[in-house]
Design a protein around this ligand. Sequence first.
Ligand code: G1P
Length: 755
Amino acid sequence: MIYEFIDQQGTFKLKNPNDYDAYFPLTNSKGSILSSISPNLSGDIKTDNDHFITPPASSVDLKTNLLCRRDFFIQLKNQTLRLSHPYNDTLEAGFLYHKLIKKTKGLEIEILNFIPHNLGCEVMQVKIKNKTKSSLEITPTSFIPLYGRSAENIRDHRHVSSLLNRIKLTKYTISLKPTMIFNESGHQLNKTEYFSIAFEDNKRPALGQFPTLDYFLGQGDLLNPESLQGKIKPLNKEMPFLQGKEALACFRFKKKLLKKNQQVSYYLLSGIGSPESFFKKLNSPSKIDKAFSETKKYWLNHLSLPQLNFKDKTYNNWLKWVKLQPTLRKLFGNSFLPHFDYGKGGRGWRDLWQDALALLFIEPKKTKQLILNNFQGVRLDGSNATIITKDGRMIPDRNNISRVWMDHGVWPWLTLKLYLDKTQDLSILRQKVTYFDQQKPYRGTVLEHILIQQLTHFFDVGSHNIIRLRNADWNDGLDMAPDLGESVAFSFMYADNLKSLSLILQKMKKQKVYLLKEIVILLDQITKPIDYNNFREKQKRLKLFLQKTKNISGQKQEITLRGLIIDLEKKSQHLSAWLREKEWLKQGFFNGYYDNKGKRVEGKIKGKLRMMLASQVFAIMSGVATDQQIKKTWLSINRHLKDKKLGGFRLNTDFGSIYPDLGRAFGFSYGNKENGAFFNHMVVMLGFALCQRGFIREGREVLASIYKMATAKSAKIYPGIPEYFDLSGKGLYLYLTGSASWYIYALLEGTQRKD
Ligand code: G1P
């Protein structure tokens, strides 16, 4: 491990944190402000994609872009210390704060950053203590760039949008309120004020300010600004030449003579809104101390459920950070940390449902409503909204491109099944909710939504009688086989869902259900069974259903529960047997895909062995693979996908070339992202699936590989599970990954299957 835990509350310490590329998240309980910070004080502060307080920071900016740093300069007699530079650093971090301790020139400096759990601003405290035997004179200057606009403006009229900037100086504040929001598809008046407040111990204001980048730099640059050479004086009032410039929250504090052992603190508050109201709440060291201790308490309390107590104390501490991750993803979505320089903060459909697996344990009460709300994203054709915003709104697609991920119908039932298992609340199946994108007002039961998702997919097959891949499945990188591609991997899961749904229905007391009349077209076993071996018959059925539901009657039809159960069982039996027999390869594992030419993807292809982990995981998890097949598959996984040195499991073997008939994944360099990385989400699911099928020793070995890799020195990360490890074992895409939810779920539920 590169760090060491110093208590039982997840707090850790780390020497020389700048040796790594890790970063740390900060936010409040509602996620109304989101920050990232790295040991050189890089990162950004924002409320959403259109409101960045400081300039947006991607991972490449962390060590290269001086404008993406909160900085602090201390001028000594013969030298200037720049606190974003390392000075014998130690990092201490906990829930949820980031504290750097620096020692140099006889000074001990602590830089604390946190966001009060109930307020929308980031607090930075710089405490300077004189540890020399004599007095020391210091001149401090703070430096926080104020960007004040949308992330889009980084490459869309960066300069023109700066002309809109209006900067205001008051005794304690630099605030930026652009006149307009620059957007060529419709300019609007801007109402948002971005600010940074500064004061010295006991509310002493700064001496003056350098409120624009130009003014701060003078003839110099960010390495040698003239303001730090005594050539430019700080200002106390607004000047016309400050307007229309890149803004900077840069405060020059009064020169200070620090006696031996004397200390002084400087406070900086950055946020959005009215600076006066924040200042009232945080205008003294004691108020800030109180906010800090309450924030720590808030997060520890938030993480109290589920209780996970193992003998190994280090593991317990590490697990606390894993438990935080589903909440972080709820608040950040898949955006807004340095690796996640895409998206606009909403969560994807798949992630939303899978995160609920862990949230059901962490905040059980809130999750029922979340589940009901999410079902409103299902369309009558079995597809769904793909982005759900933080306030629960559904959006067809992040980029306005209409796409279908064929695995999306799988996850809601998995989550609902866990909910039913935990609560026995079968009545939720009868609750009515609307559908997404529906012309006519129509509400159907939750059961009806689930049925539509499973049935439409069952019939949506390609020429191998396997469910079509469409625009991708779990693996977002398999996005180039929309015509002839098929996903065996997720066909397994639909087979399982059909079965487990039929089993749950057997528990229902009522003998009848009422479903939208048109659904009966897909319940062919009740009316006139078709030949499931014939893919064309399935396709025809689906076409008919889609035609009829273009304009629904809204009428319901009574269906006997028994008939429904038999229909689902028959479908599941057919699909399971088909997959088990037709997709098993003589090399001792399953084929998981057909590409856009309709060709089998895995097995021995042109003399080279190709194997993908997902294809095996879902064969096992679905219960379709026999024990004998699992044994052989496990041997093949060990042979072809296990890295003997690092102990982890790869997502696929090296196909050795790009694969435009399957997806962009193969364009990534091997060992990264969806091309052969140690992709933790899939690895946890492998561990979980093996345990569930009774291969406990093997499953535990897989789960243990994640802990081992995440805590190895080579991972170079703080506690938690990253999305993946690369070839060298380095962790990338920190915090916002579904693997954390699945890890918790696997620990709590990963024993044997209940059916
Ligand atoms: C990410 C996405 C997830 C997707 C996976 C593979 O995984 O969030 O939806 O299935 O990549 O493409 P995560 O970062 O959640 O581990």
